[in-house]
Design a protein around this ligand. Structure first.
Ligand SMILES: [Zn+2]
Length: 477
């Protein structure tokens, strides 16, 4: 008895020693700063803001081809040096610019998209969504954050570098898709295919997706710059239940609607397993040095505490999406009349695939969970598997991180898993260093503005977006 007790005490002491050792071993944070470039000719904030405002007035929606033509004319007249010095190749309404550096090193690719999502209720906006209203603090309009702010800032950066007669260390390519919000199959996908044919291979690809958020997002004091190193996949399936049609005065025990409802409830009650993917694991490790001691111990010992962290993250929708494949029932169809039992009932379910998940594994799960009477049809047109995870640390990531650290917020930089989709996924064949980050500081309550009401971009932050993109383009000078 005494011996057993002694063994337990020794085991606990060993465990404590390991936990402490790992905690104290947490690396000193990397805080290398790469200064943002300064422009001799300066950046004129009000002129740049006016140009962004005009870009927002083109309602670049999928069914508005003339809006894209208008935007293109406007870009040509607004950025004369860029259009004189860079070559431009078009793919439908998508634009691909090439800045030849004359040097033989891995090129950089900057991505942004021209298209925007529709506005569901314009009356809910403080300013009309396609008027490009500028007040003392913000530029308002659909696309200000997603993604014309980045598109215009990238072109402003190009123009300003050319005005200063500065050239990038290696070639720079700018790819501005026109159909990101509807899957990118005509824009990004075709541009990436062409690049593959040309044997282009990029040392760094930067797209939208991450941003700076308050440190409280990750339980630390300093703001965090979240740079996406992977994104989740996207898959929609249709579930169909069948039954004998008939009069509602003589219902059978089983109905199509009842079976369908049961199927949806089964999937909700039996979610996909949760776990820490590599990007989330790296995110926690990266912020560990900034955590108070107890939390640092937890983050430094994921081998022991992973289940605890996963349980905590699963508790909230926004963090639950980080740890598992999620399912959202979005559309329902059944019936034509109140007194007729429908022969079929149909539900559309949208899944977001966590790293490690695949179309096949998800279909196997559905087959296992649902009875044979439910027909499962994957809608493969919009399918995307989870992206590869960009390997970090790497020179490309350190470059972005170093530039981000020199933003006025002096953020802690952390990699993360983007739970939404971007055009970046189409470029996986031409680079394994793909990152998703927009150099703006937002608050949690700004996030619903993406695809929501009152989208806006801070005027104070706009010039430094331009400087940041210029820094990315210049590369290691
Ligand atoms: Zn976007």
């Amino acid at each position: 008895m005494k011996r057993a007790f002694l063994l337990i005490v020794v085991a606990l002491l060993v465990l404590l020693a390991v936990l402490l050792f790992n905690t104290l071993k947490v690396k000193e944070p990397n805080e290398t700063v790469i200064p943002l470039p300064v422009f001799e000719s300066g950046l004129n904030e009000s002129e740049m803001t006016a140009r962004l405002s005009r870009a927002l007035r083109f309602a670049t929606l999928p069914d508005q081809p003339q809006a894209f033509d208008g935007l293109h004319d406007f870009l040509r007249e607004s950025f004369p040096l860029t259009h004189a010095r860079l070559t431009l190749k078009t793919f439908g309404h998508s634009l691909l610019y090439h800045w030849d550096s004359g040097k033989d090193c891995a090129p950089t690719l900057l991505l942004a998209h021209q298209d925007v999502v529709p506005v569901s209720s314009p009356d809910a906006w403080e300013h009309p969504p396609f008027a490009g209203v500028v007040d003392s603090q913000f530029v308002w309009g659909r696309g200000a954050m997603d993604d014309k702010g980045s598109l215009m800032a990238i072109l402003e950066a190009t123009e300003a570098l050319l005005a200063d007669d500065r050239a990038p260390a290696c070639d720079v390519w700018l790819a501005f898709g026109h159909d990101e919000e509807t899957g990118g199959s005509e824009g990004a996908s075709r541009m990436a295919d062409w690049m593959t044919e040309q044997d282009l291979r990029f040392g760094l690809v930067l797209d939208e997706g991450g941003m700076m958020l308050p440190g409280s997002t990750l339980g630390i004091e300093q703001p965090v710059a979240l740079i996406g190193i992977a994104e989740k996949g996207y898959m929609t399936v249709t579930l169909q239940a069948h039954a004998e049609p008939g009069h509602s005065s003589r219902p059978p025990a089983k109905t199509a609607v009842g079976d369908l409802a049961r199927a949806i409830a089964t999937l909700q009650d039996n979610p996909r397993p949760a776990g820490l993917s590599e990007p989330t694991r790296k995110m926690l490790q990266q912020v560990a040095p900034y955590q108070p001691f107890a939390k640092r111990m937890v983050f430094a010992n994921l081998w022991l505490f992973e289940p605890l962290i996963v349980k905590q993250l699963s508790g909230k929708p926004e963090t639950n999406a980080l740890v598992r494949t999620t399912m959202s029932p979005t559309l329902l169809r059944a019936g034509v009349k109140d007194n007729v039992l429908p022969a079929t009932a149909e539900a559309t379910i949208n899944f977001r695939l966590a790293p490690g998940e695949s179309r096949e594994s998800l279909l196997a799960y559905l087959e296992q969970q649902l009875p044979d009477s439910i027909t499962v049809t994957p809608q493969d047109t919009f399918l995307s598997e989870p992206s590869a995870t960009s390997d970090i640390p790497s020179p490309a990531f350190e470059r972005l991180a170093g530039l981000a650290r020199s933003l006025p917020e002096q953020p802690v930089v952390a990699p993360f898993l983007l739970i939404a989709g971007t055009d970046a996924r189409h470029y996986q064949a031409v680079s394994d260093q793909i990152f998703r980050f927009m150099p703006v500081a937002l608050n949690q309550d700004d996030l619903p503005r993406f695809h929501g009401h009152n989208e806006r971009l801070s005027r104070a932050q706009y010039p430094r977006m331009v400087s940041f993109y210029a820094g990315v383009m210049l590369g290691a000078e």
